[in-house]
Ligand binder design. Sequence first.
Ligand code: SF4
Length: 387
Amino acid sequence: MWPVTGEPPVWEGFRDADLARRLVNRIRDRVARELGGHVTLMEVCGTHTVAISRTGIRSALRGAVTLVSGPGCPVCVTSQGDVDAMVELASRGLTVYTFGDMMRVPGTTDSLETVRARGGRVRLAYSAADAVAHAASHPGEQVVFLAVGFETTAPGVALALRQARDLGLDNFTVYPAHKLIPPALRALLDREEVRVAGFLLPGHVSTVIGRQALSFLARDYGLPAAIAGFEPVDILMAVDRLTEMMTRGEAAVANMYPRAVREEGNPLALQAMWSCFEPCDASWRGLGLIPASGLELRDPWRDFDARCRHGVSTFEAPVRPGCRCGDVLRGKILPPACPLFARACTPARPQGPCMVSSEGACAAYFRYERGDGGDCRGEGSGAAGPR
Ligand code: SF4
C-alpha cells in the first residue's frame, strides 16, 4: 500500500480485490478510532452511485461510512417542467432525439415513450451528432436534440451545433437543458440542505472543468473533497483520502483521478462549450431554481434553440404525489425511505426519474441493495456527520 501521504500511484490494479479489502479495513479502522465511529459523505455522480452499489462498497463500509447521493444524475435532476416541454415537442410531430434514459421519465401526463407508442417520432441518440445526421438526410423533418447532461456532454453538443451550422441546416435545433455541477453544490451548502463531512466528486465532470473549478468547496466552505475515478480502488482511495483529511482537520480538494483530471480541466472542451453556451438560471428537480446553474445558447446560436424556434414554454409542474426524488437528490433520504420504493415504484413501473435512469439512486438501490439490511432502512444522511 502507498504511504498515507503523497500522490496516489499510477496503478494498474484498480480492481484489485485484496487492495480494495485493505483500503476498506483502513477506512473503517480510521473512522472507528479517530472520527467518532461514523461519517456521512455525499457522492455527486450517478456513475459513482451505481459503482458504489454494484461493487459492494456501500455494504463494505456500512456502519462506518454512509454514502448519500447528491444531484449527480443528469436525467434525475431535469425538472418536471422540462420533461413536459420535451414531451410536448415530441407530441407535435417533430423528430425528437434523446438519450435512452430520458425516454421513460414520467412527465405530468405522458413520457417520451408513451408519445412514441402513439406514433410520435422519438428516436434514441448516442450523441447529438446522430440528430444532426438525421436532419441532414431528412430535410422535410424538423429535428430536435434534447440536450440533457452536465459539463461532460455540453462540449459534444457544441460541436454538433457547429456541424449543423456548417451544413447550413435549418431543420435542426437543440432543447438546452444542461446543468452545471459547481452552482448546484453551492446551492446545497448555502441552503444548508446537507450536512455531510465531505464530497466524493465526479470524475467525468472534473475531467472537463478541472480540479480548480471545485476548489471552492475547501476554500469557501471548509470541506474536504476528493475527485474519484470509477473503479472500486479509485473510489476507495478517494474515501480513504477524505477520511484522512478529516482526521487532520484539513480542507482541500484532492485529485484522486490524476490519470484523467487536470488542474485546469480540458481547455478544448471548455472552449467548445463556452463558444456556444452561456450560464443561465436553471430549475433542478429537488433543488428548484439555482442562479447560473444551467446553459443556454449564446448569440449567434440562439436560432438553434428549439424553445424559440418551435414556441414551447416551460412551466413549473408538480411532481408525482408521493415521489421523493427531490429528497433523494438532496441527500435528505436514502431511496428505501420513499414509501413508493419497491412497491408502487419499480424499474418496470417507475414513478420518478431516480428509478428510471441507469444512474439513478433508486434504480441502483433496487438492483443491488435490497434485502441486505443496513442502509436500506431508509432515512439517510441527514445529519450523521459533521460538515
Ligand atoms: S422510489 Fe420511485 S417514487 Fe420514490 S423517490 Fe425513487 S423514483 Fe421517486
